[in-house]
Ligand binder design. Sequence first.
Ligand code: F3S
Length: 65
Amino acid sequence: MKVRIDPERCQGHGRCYDLAPDLFGEDDEGYGTVLAGGEVAAGQETEARLAQANCPERAIEAGNG
Ligand code: F3S
């Protein structure tokens, strides 16, 4: 699985990096970034889905490929 943040949608709510700090970080202005190029390791899918479900802007895309 891979995750991606749509920069057009992200408003810096920070739930992604609070809930899934292994997968997401923040830039200097508090906007979300993906770590490791967005690669989600085996066993981290639940964390990825949790972050995706909790982004108020629906900015996180998660999928295969
Ligand atoms: Fe941005 Fe959503 Fe995270 S608005 S900082 S991608 S929780």
